[in-house]
Write a protein that binds this ligand. Structure first.
Ligand SMILES: [Fe+2]
Ligand SMILES: [Fe+2]
Length: 275
């Protein structure tokens, strides 16, 4: 097994039979003897799939929430139960009520589901609030809130903080995980509501590492217009990112037409840094 491996536990497509699928995202990050859960999908499907793949979860030390959307936080009850020693890393604004509103349709609640709230409440002393960039281990850390330097990159959706649609949700809680390797940064993304270019720039700045070995996760480009797509892809090229492994809200056709790799639940990316 590689000394760093990142497995997509759940998403809307699976790479093999026997794995559950859903509109939700969850990764298991394994580095030497350390295990971190990055997002929890929309339900307990991440846990069933981890068990089906023989991935141990009881030793998970960190449960990281990329943001509060329910397709990333719905499996929190299972995470809290199955990973009893884990600390939960999240931004306080991940707890805000939030909505998506499509023209002509009723508002849909998108925030932390009630069951996740209920599971989290008695664990308040296990929560680490990621209100700023933070290290969570040797050579591993969280972006904290991401500086939005590039206005071309919005939150890419009809996201609001109120059901009437008056207050646009800037998704301030959006964060990414970075791992420093001998070949550069490995960056794990949830939905990248802050934008790919903004996220890349922010993490390269806070870590002082400009090389990016891999970008892995949801790039939220499924509904992006051509101008935005061109901008983001050019930024990825200019940053000399060695590999992009996309999934979830990237949009499969966007990924494939731009030469990005497309991950499905059950797929693992790995490397042996320093070998
Ligand atoms: Fe999201
Ligand atoms: Fe998402």
């Amino acid at each position: 097994m590689p000394s760093l491996s990142i497995t997509l536990l759940v998403d809307s497509q699976a790479a093999r039979p026997g794995l559950q699928t859903e509109h939700g995202l969850s990764f298991m990050v394994q580095r030497r003897d350390q295990a971190l859960l990055f997002d929890t999908g929309a339900s307990g499907a991440w846990l069933s799939n981890a068990q089906a793949m023989g991935i141990p979860v009881a030793s998970v030390s960190h449960v990281i929430l990329s943001h509060g959307h329910r397709d990333h936080t719905g499996g929190l009850p299972e995470a809290i139960q199955a990973c009893p020693d884990a600390r939960v890393y999240m931004h306080p604004k991940a707890l805000m009520p939030r909505y998506s509103i499509h023209p002509g349709q009723a508002p849909r609640t998108l925030g932390l589901p009630p069951l996740a709230w209920r599971a989290l409440s008695p664990k308040a002393d296990h929560i680490c609030w990621s209100t700023a960039p933070m290290r969570i281990g040797e050579g591993i850390g969280l972006s904290g809130p991401i500086l939005r330097r590039h206005p071309q990159e919005g939150s890419s959706g009809p996201f609001f903080l109120d059901p009437e649609g008056h207050e646009v949700d800037p998704l301030e809680d959006d964060q990414a995980l970075w791992i420093h390797t001998s070949e550069g940064l490995v960056i794990v993304l949830g939905c990248t509501h802050a934008g790919v270019a903004n996220t890349l720039d922010h993490i390269r700045k806070i870590t002082g590492e400009s090389r990016v070995r891999a970008l892995i996760g949801g790039l939220h480009l499924g509904r992006a217009d051509q101008e935005r797509l061109d901008f983001t892809m050019e930024h990825i090229r200019a940053a000399n990112v060695q590999e992009v492994l996309s999934c979830h809200c990237t949009g499969e056709s966007v990924a494939l037409s731009h030469g990005l790799q497309w991950m499905k639940a059950g797929d693992t990316w790995g490397m042996n840094p320093g070998d």
